[in-house]
Write a protein that binds this ligand. Structure first.
Ligand SMILES: Cc1cc2nc3c(=O)[nH]c(=O)nc-3n(C[C@H](O)[C@H](O)[C@H](O)COP(=O)(O)O)c2cc1C
Ligand code: SF4
Length: 427
């Protein structure tokens, strides 16, 4: 095997060097109830570092208060800084690297959480939350870009090695890329080059502000998985534009939407019972009846994003690529790296076994214990964990008003309309 295909070889990511090629992808932790770092959040990330990953990722840190998608998310502000410093120092003391995922939820945000009407590229009703989203103005777009910039500077000041800009899952930047959400007639709407303007401006502003002090990556959707959404061809064009700008050190390629057909992102079992369990009455029945249809059904298979992701490899000149999706074993990592990806990222397999990387290092034939049951999806209502791991079962999962997955209101919708998600355009 060449050094390039070795998951345990160190790898350069812009200005930083990872001890190996394996990254823990962002999985909402549910361990910052006041929007502040807790010991539990630090322990969560130390588990992955001690378990062998090269870099861990703090999930969804909001760049502005109205960009929150769930209660308790960390808002990148001076208030959060002391805890963030403690978190990065703890990870560094154990020899690992740490990235902060920075996001603005846009149409995935909820007024119940933020107190203000959610914004989207164009007016719409979120089919999951059933909430009205107003069109964001140009001056508000400028403030969002500044929010990403200030959040990245704060992350660098707090000791993070990298930031991951969330350009996926139909959050605000991703919804600008999607023709399903973006029907603007100004310079942020139209063809894919115009729809790519926002993500390019965010990346440029962040890079100018942080220089080479930290790595800057972005998680970007290759396709929304719904008719009329971002297509692979358009996404490749966006990636080429970002690559030519050379403001990003790497792109992590993802798929799917947090607004509709959420299972396209995950694949595998549809956890309808867990979905219903976190629902208030009288919506449980609606979830039992229509949950599968709402979330969509997509079979799981290993390396399920590779077929689309490999099409980005030949067109990248400046930007490294991170492969995600159904990577659970040594052979999957080697396959990805040999195909031209520089890093691999893992979510559920590590949630199931935080020490999986060390286990694979000791035994290259090690198989994952994750069954892709996807029941962890609904543990984000409490403290995110694998339900099959008794060591990480933290007691009953509390009901919640809203989450990253928009579940309670999704059931309301199921009860109301009983059909598959569809964006309702009002402009
Ligand atoms: C419980 C859970 C929470 C997640 N939260 C986030 C998140 O906050 N931000 C994000 O970009 N992706 C999130 N994801 C998606 C993962 O980062 C990853 O993209 C997805 O699970 C596919 O990778 P895998 O096949 O290795 O699990 C979450 C996934 C799970 C299972
Ligand atoms: S609950 Fe555990 S086994 Fe099921 S998908 Fe999540 S991590 Fe894997």
């Amino acid at each position: 095997m060449t050094a390039a295909g070795d998951p345990f070889a160190p790898g350069r990511l812009g200005p930083v060097r990872l001890p190996n090629r394996i990254i823990k992808s962002a999985t909402s932790e549910g361990r910052s109830p006041e929007g502040l770092v807790t010991d539990s959040l630090i322990d969560f990330h130390l588990d992955y570092i001690r378990g062998g990953v090269g870099m861990t990722t703090v999930a969804y840190c909001c760049v502005t208060a109205e960009g929150a998608s769930a209660p308790g998310q960390i808002l990148m502000s001076e208030r959060a800084a002391p805890g963030l410093e403690r978190l990065t120092a703890a990870v560094h003391a154990d020899g690992g690297l740490i990235s902060a995922q920075l996001g603005h939820a846009g149409p995935v945000a909820s007024k119940k959480i933020t107190g203000v009407t959610a914004t989207a590229p164009s007016r719409m009703v979120n089919p999951t939350s059933l909430e009205y989203c107003r069109a964001i103005s140009v001056s508000e777009i400028a403030r969002v870009i500044e929010g990403f910039r200030d959040a990245a500077v704060l992350a660098a000041d707090c000791g993070f090695d990298a930031v991951e800009l969330h350009f996926g899952h139909n959050y605000l930047p991703s919804s600008f890329l999607s023709p399903l959400f973006n029907r603007r007639t100004d310079s942020y709407g139209g063809g894919i080059d115009a729809r790519s303007r926002l993500v390019r401006e965010i990346a440029a502003e962040v890079r100018t502000a942080v220089g080479d002090s930290i790595a800057v990556t972005a998680k970007i959707s290759m396709d929304d998985g719904v008719p009329g959404g971002i297509t692979l061809a358009e996404s490749i064009r966006t990636a080429q534009l970002l690559d030519a700008d050379a403001n990003l050190d790497a792109l992590e390629l993802t798929q799917g939407s947090s607004v509709m057909h959420q299972m396209f992102l995950f694949r595998g079992d549809v956890p309808v019972r867990d979905f219903a369990a976190v629902m208030p009455q009288p919506f449980k029945a609606g979830v039992y009846a229509f949950g599968r249809k709402m979330l969509g059904e997509y079979p799981y298979y290993d390396l399920y994003m590779l077929e689309s992701a490999r099409q980005f490899v030949p067109v990248m000149n400046n930007t490294r690529l991170i492969l995600l999706g159904g990577i659970t074993e040594y052979e999957h990592m080697v396959t990805g790296l040999n195909e031209g990806f520089d890093f691999v990222a893992m979510g559920r397999a590590l949630l199931r076994e935080p020490d999986l990387v060390n286990s694979i290092r000791a035994d290259r034939t090690k198989q994952t214990l994750c069954t892709h049951c996807n029941r962890c999806m609904y543990t984000v209502y409490g403290r995110t964990h694998c339900v099959l791991d008794p060591e990480s079962a933290f007691g009953p999962i509390p009901s919640a008003e809203a989450t990253d997955l928009g579940v309670p209101t999704a059931a309301r919708r199921a009860a109301a309309v009983g059909s598959t998600a569809k964006v309702v355009n009002r402009a």
